[in-house]
Design a protein around this ligand. Structure first.
Ligand code: NAG
Ligand code: NAG
Ligand code: NAG
Length: 471
């Protein structure tokens, strides 16, 4: 219903303009050069003649299904009697761009309609224009605003623009796409698309590739979107980072203490080990500071070699100061002879071990309670003397644990396995002691034996490694 009303309204409107209702199909035809197209004008009643004017063509076409006078342009439609006046264009030319006008001879009058024929023209290669300029060497300073525009000239229809940084859509401040008309000498209207982008530069932006890509009607798989690129270069002070750790160093060997730092321009470095200053490229005693080694992308491998690593060396903090023309940053590195970071040694396996240990203890508590409730006589033979054995063991246990930890510090990273046989995680130790105090009242030698068996099992099955606390 509403559709009919709309058509009716449209009819009234077009009546007001042309005093006749010529429907056109399509209203706008967007084509590439060389495309074939059909354009149609329709009137409700039979028409006497059908004339069509196409921009860029010398002749006005007088078309009918019965004749075809101009090669490449033929009548299109269901016939003049059906009120249809259309043209089929074999190959659209760039010069055909503009308004196609159809004139329909009807009952002593002439009615007309127009169709916009847009023949796409590929725009020029995009261009990136810097609005804020870099310094003479082509560098921007950190925190300055990078402001540029992308210009895609002379497209028809206008090209769209999208931005990328290192092939990822640039999630930055862009303004609305501006489209400017650029009339050419032969009155062919073309459009220039312009878009600006801006953001504050961070060290990470250095060496990134900013790309402006134009998207156009004429893009094809064989004719991909055109783009312009600009490599952004930023100068900044060495970038600070949290304390670094180097693991797996061997005592008595030459140790390499390394840290990767980011800076532009290249940094000059200086190590400081407990007051001993080792400038870049120099050796002080057992310490040798290498020149920063460029890894690409503004990253530098900074290395200190320590000859014959001692245990004391592993307790020191290695301070590094890196500086360039822009500023200074201080870093610190800790080293360890253990092969893994401490945090990762208390991993899933250890947690599972603790959980299993708790479960075993709970089971024993339940067993003992059950035994006490049902058959007290079972424990009748126990004396206080037999209790001392397991109880004293529980007191000694935590101490041996600490001792072993201390030993672990002293050891090279290789042998941690033998210790794990003896050491139980502290949590189970406590529970065990509590449990045993509980048991004292019943003074059950047999129960103690069960605990011992349970512990043995637990060590054998899970052997949770102690947290590796070496320096
Ligand atoms: C350009 O953008 C407009 C609006 O987002 C969209 O309708 C049109 O299809 C785009 N053109 C091209 C060639 O990507
Ligand atoms: C030291 O260098 C190694 C590779 O040679 C690297 O895996 C490690 O991450 C570096 N350490 C630091 C703290 O940068
Ligand atoms: C850093 O330099 C040291 C010493 O030259 C080298 O052993 C190490 O592999 C380097 N690390 C990286 C990540 O290049």
């Amino acid at each position: 219903m509403s559709r009919i009303v709309l058509v009716f309204l449209a009819a009234i409107l077009s009546d007001a303009l042309s005093y006749g209702q010529v429907n056109v199909e399509p209203n706008t035809a967007l084509l590439n050069e060389g495309d074939r197209t059909e354009l149609l004008c329709r009137y409700g009643r039979a028409i006497n003649y059908c004339r069509i004017e196409i921009p860029g063509e010398q002749k006005v076409l007088n078309l009918s299904p019965v004749w075809s006078k101009t090669p490449g342009f033929t009548y299109y439609g269901a016939g003049l009697n059906a009120g249809q006046c259309g043209v089929s264009i074999e190959h659209v030319k760039a010069s055909n761009n503009g308004q196609v006008k159809c004139s329909l001879g009807v009952e002593g009058e002439e009615l007309s309609g127009t169709i916009d024929l847009v023949v796409a023209l590929r725009p020029k290669q995009p261009m990136i224009e810097l609005i804020t300029k870099p310094n003479r060497d082509g560098y921007f300073s950190e925190n300055t605003e990078f402001h540029a525009r992308c210009i895609v000239r002379d497209g028809r229809p206008p090209a769209n623009i999208s931005w990328y940084i290192d092939n990822m859509p640039a999630n930055k401040n862009t303004n609305q796409l501006q489209i400017l008309s650029t009339p050419t000498h032969d009155n062919v209207e073309l459009s220039t698309s312009v878009q600006e982008i801006k953001w504050h530069l961070a060290p990470e932006d250095s060496n990134r590739k900013l790309v402006c890509r134009s998207h156009h009607q004429t893009d094809r798989e064989s004719v991909p979107a055109q783009e312009a690129a600009y490599i952004i270069m930023v100068r900044y002070a060495p970038v600070s980072q949290p304390e670094a750790s180097v693991y797996g160093l061997y005592l008595e060997h030459t140790a390499i203490v390394n840290i990767t730092i980011r800076a532009s321009p290249p940094p000059t470095i200086e190590w400081n080990v407990a007051g001993v200053v080792i400038p870049q490229g120099r050796t002080e005693g057992r310490y040798s500071a290498y020149d920063p080694q460029y890894l690409g992308n503004d990253l530098y491998n900074v290395t200190l070699a320590i000859g014959g690593l001692t245990l004391e060396d592993t307790t020191k903090v290695y301070q590094l100061r890196a500086s360039n023309e822009i500023g200074i940053a201080d870093y610190s590195v800790r080293i360890s002879s253990s092969s893994k970071p401490p945090s990762s040694s208390l991993d899933v396996a250890a947690i599972v071990g603790i959980v299993v240990a708790i479960a075993v203890l709970l089971l024993i508590v339940l067993l003992v309670l059950f035994a006490r409730a049902t058959g007290r006589w079972c424990f009748g033979g126990a004396t206080l003397n037999t209790d001392l054995g397991p109880d004293s063991e529980a007191q000694i246990h935590p101490e041996t644990h600490e001792e072993l930890d201390g030993q672990d510090n002293a050891d090279e990273h290789i042998d941690t396995t033998p210790q794990s046989e003896e050491v139980t995680p502290p949590v189970t130790d406590k529970l065990e002691a509590q449990k045993k105090a509980d048991l004292k009242k019943s003074a059950a030698a047999t129960a103690a034996a069960v605990i011992a068996a349970g512990n043995g099992q637990q060590h054998g099955a899970d052997a949770p490694k102690p947290p590796n606390t070496s320096v």
